[in-house]
Design a protein around this ligand. Sequence first.
Ligand SMILES: [Fe+2]
Ligand SMILES: [Fe+2]
Length: 440
Amino acid sequence: MILDDNDRFRQFLIAILEERMGEIDIIEVTSARVAIMLFESDPYFEGFLASLDVKNGTFMEVFQHFREKGYTVPFITYSGEKQDTLHESLPFIHQDEENNFKQFSHQLFKTPPFAKAPLTDKDFSRIRMFFFWRFHKVDFSLYLKLGDGKFVKVLHPDEEYGPDFLEKYQDKGQDYLYIESKDFDKFALSLYKKPLHDIDENLAPEEKSRRKTQFIQQMAASVGITPDIVKTADESVKEVIQEAKDKKTLSKLLELLEKSSSYNSDHSTLLCYLTSAMCDELGWTTRRSKEKLGFASLFHDVSLTDPRLAVLNYRSLKALDKFPHDVKKKYKNHPLKGSELVGEITNEYPQVDTIIAQHHERPDGSGFPYGRDFNQIIPLSCLFIVAHDFVSRAYEKNFDLKSPQEILDDMLSEYTQGNFMKCMIALQTVVTKYQLQKES
Ligand SMILES: [Fe+2]
Ligand SMILES: [Fe+2]
């Protein structure tokens, strides 16, 4: 288990561990609370690498818990600050950036349980496919493994790539790409040195928003909401809010979505845009309403990794019946799971958790998980539900909105009360403005 909320350093660690130790299972956590929780549900970890610099809880909480329970897992601690010995049974490594971390891995692989790691002599090193989502080009060739000792080059050094390139291999079930082992140290270091998301600045703003959303959701689904993810999400949401003021954006965004295929990230990008434009229309621009709705747009469905479930809505919910019981349960629970996921940012962004928890409620009380009605649903959730309904209907038309009025007419009878009605009118205005823009 690795406890560290610094995404870049944690990924550097994972890369060097997998390079040196081959097939190992690594669990990443970013807060003391989750580390303890995971350990209680499965105490069979062979080693524990912990940063002393985590912001959510402290390492000592975890250590104390382990001692009380009598667990004997070997710990290795590290920190950017030099430390006095915390405890005689706790090896410590200083994260010394000056040394480019060569010293760090040297010391790590001298300390049990990692000291057992064999030094391997090979031509290629495998790297998690996931790490490549952070970049749009790398300095060296990338290879795919075809079989024992058989590798084929799939990308040249400095050749640009995008999500399509990675998705192609991911869809085929590949979890790793390979680089020549002589390039490994440099690559591992770039995981730490380069920005978390090194996006191609030459892309169109709409394409950038899309890729950022995709990246943020991938990260959130695999490690939860880390401080860096919050920062990246915050920047991304602010950009969309800014773009939403320009009415041309909606046409450009729709054009892009028409051509693309990944439901989760695309419906989130459009939602973020629409909720922001609707807030402007309603004058709900205080207390960071737009940011809260933007965060909810990004994270409300993150736990729904199965695309067949992600596209379900209140009109197509019958389709859920053909899934096994546990899948059904997971789906019905995803609003609460999502709301838990953002638990740690609710101090900064109050109500994001409520919007996510309520995103499948309905004005007439027929939704889930609580079955609340229009009187009990907070105004920002009302806005979110209306916008989400529009987006999923637009998706069913493959984002081809030649006659958006059809969709709006169908929706009008659904939202006739209280804040729902206000939000419905705002949506209509936003879409009509888009239509006028398109015709002129
Ligand atoms: Fe959704
Ligand atoms: Fe959902």
